[in-house]
Design a binder for this molecule. Structure first.
Ligand code: PBG
Length: 314
């Protein structure tokens, strides 16, 4: 009877699996702070996504780890860059069976670790960075990305990317905008996963959002929708359920939330010590995010969820 009257159901096809692909490694590398998540080779990524598709997962988002980083993050838009090659691999293997998304940012590709071009004063130059993002969007679209997901939080990034895509014949490529992305301390394990450290111990408070603000988050979401976002994302998830609920009550386009690396790692770390039941907490988190109003959830638990659903254990 509890099932009959339950109000919220998480389904495999609500989930997007974030996946890492690294240039120049011979075998997949485990990420210590993200148990069960790997830096993939192109080959192991193909196998992983085929397996996920077999389990009913409908969508993945790729992050690249280049062998060489530089000041402008040129690997992000090089046609031979690791993510572009991986996107093409996946489209070749899976066609339209899986929605293949690409995170669109340059921090994994810059030697200073910032999400854009750093000026003489050490600040990120918003408008100069937009040009890098449009180049990355075109490279990702040309490689086969069905969705690009700008995560750098530069003002005007969605408009710039939409314009570049439309002018180049990629009208059908959708934009999932990281619209309200907070300058959170929960991204730590992700930065291990992509080998990013911000030079001089800096932070992203100049472009990511202040986590004290909920109204400002709504302004950011509205701006991205006005600029042409097809879907918007709030990130992280659990500490921002109020932001999700508020957005869900106001907007009519698909709303996503990113259950980020730190949220995943905390569950694993506590479960490893026997302090919590990790599976139960994972399901509770994902359900809470959906209940708050996000219909799409990016989560490192995707494979676990799909396997558990297939086995009938959740
Ligand atoms: C930026 C980006 C970040 C994450 C996704 N895209 C890191 C950051 O802003 O520092 C974090 C994801 C996670 O923690 O799981 N390219």
């Amino acid at each position: 009877m509890r099932d009959l009257v339950s109000e919220t159901h998480v389904r495999v096809d609500d989930l997007i699996a974030p996946l890492f692909v690294r240039e120049g490694i011979a075998s997949p590398q485990p990420i210590l702070s993200l148990p069960g998540v790997m830096q993939h080779t192109r080959e192991s990524l193909r196998a992983e996504v085929t397996a996920l598709a077999g389990l009913g997962v409908r969508s993945v988002i790729l992050f690249g780890v280049p062998a060489v980083k530089d000041a402008v993050g040129s690997g992000a838009y090089d046609p031979e860059g690791i993510v572009q090659l991986a996107l093409a691999d996946l489209r070749e293997d899976l066609g339209d069976d899986v929605v293949v998304m690409a995170d669109l940012c340059v921090d994994e590709y810059t030697d200073h670790g910032h999400c854009g071009i750093v000026d003489d004063h050490g600040s990120v130059d918003n408008d100069a960075t937009l040009e890098l993002y449009t180049k990355a969007a075109l490279a990702q679209a040309a490689a086969g990305a069905q969705v690009v997901a700008p995560s750098g939080m530069m003002d005007g990034q969605v408009a710039a990317i939409r314009k570049a895509l439309d002018e180049t014949g990629f009208q059908d490529v959708a934009i999932l905008a990281y619209a309200a992305k907070f300058a959170s301390a929960l991204y730590g394990p992700f930065r291990d996963a992509v080998d990013v450290s911000i030079v001089g111990g800096g932070d992203r408070k100049g472009y990511q959002q202040d986590w004290r603000n909920v109204r400002e988050a709504q302004v950011e979401i509205d701006l991205d929708i006005a600029e042409g976002a097809d879907m918007v994302m709030i990130k992280p998830a659990l500490a921002y359920l109020d932001v999700i609920a508020e957005a869900a009550s106001r907007i009519d386009i698909p709303l996503a939330a990113y259950h980020v690396s730190g949220e995943y790692a905390m569950i694993h770390a506590a479960a490893e010590r026997g302090w919590i039941d990790g599976d139960a907490v994972a399901l509770e988190h994902l359900t809470a995010i959906k209940r708050a109003g996000a219909g799409i959830i990016l989560t490192y638990f995707t494979r676990w969820f799909a396997e558990s659903a297939a086995a009938g254990t959740i």
